[in-house]
Design a protein around this ligand. Sequence first.
Ligand SMILES: NC(=O)c1ccc[n+]([C@@H]2O[C@H](COP(=O)([O-])OP(=O)(O)OC[C@H]3O[C@@H](n4cnc5c(N)ncnc54)[C@H](O)[C@@H]3O)[C@@H](O)[C@H]2O)c1
Length: 254
Amino acid sequence: MPKTPDYFRDKTILITGAASGIGRATAHIFAREGSNVVVADIDAEGAERVAGEILGTGCGSLAVTCDVTDRKSVEAAVEAGIGAFGRIDFQLNSAGTPGRREVFLGIDDALWRQTHALNVDGVFHCMQAVLPHMIGQGGGVIVNIASMAHRRGGPGHSIHYAAAKGAVVTMTMGVAREFVDRGIRALSISPGPVDTPFHAVSSDELIARMTDDVPMKRFGLPEEIGELVLFMCSDACEYMTADTVYVNGGGGWR
Ligand SMILES: NC(=O)c1ccc[n+]([C@@H]2O[C@H](COP(=O)([O-])OP(=O)(O)OC[C@H]3O[C@@H](n4cnc5c(N)ncnc54)[C@H](O)[C@@H]3O)[C@@H](O)[C@H]2O)c1
């Protein structure tokens, strides 16, 4: 929670991947605190739906159709957010997926490139698009969703994805340290398995194995990640930047 009451009121967050899962849950948490939410997603209908939900709470919201793999599309989303609300105080980069699960020797160039285009290039484009604005307005906070997979390497099913998320952790650290003197904080979150539509590509066997491997014996809820995003963006978290934080029910995911 923030140190200052109403800290988030009338501030603005831009969230990629906001039509579903962690992005959508975080959109609702920021709306609960009175923030405007720019709902950016490649799923136009889903973005409209979530923006409608937020507007229904009385907060400002704007749906933007955005493909994070496309730099121009990301730049347009940032401009649209600034056009609607005047500034972007926070950015959550949540758009991401492994694409499909695959053993290492089955990962072809197309899967490798798609995974990196979405998970790495996407975060790269989003941070490059928002940073000049944040610096111009005197500061801001960026939170990138990585994955605990980056620490385990994803053996047997998602080395392509784990490697991409490792790049997100490293890129976040570099940006945080490069822009620390311009009022910018950047952090990443490395969740264990979270109960979202993301697991449509996970087999029942993999889901059972992941659950069994978590000491709490359950998947996390998307809201349990969103509340951490809120804390990270708040004035109660001002000495924290660069690092990744693991949220995983005690570890696991062999
Ligand atoms: N769910 C998990 O177990 C888990 C664990 C660790 C990390 N993560 C990470 O958390 C983040 C959010 O995942 P989630 O579980 O909420 O998944 P999700 O599938 O529920 O949501 C992902 C959203 O990203 C959007 N998206 C996909 N490609 C896009 C693109 N090119 N441009 C813009 N938007 C795009 C989708 O339309 C969707 O709305 C991802 O980065 C994922 O890698 C998830």
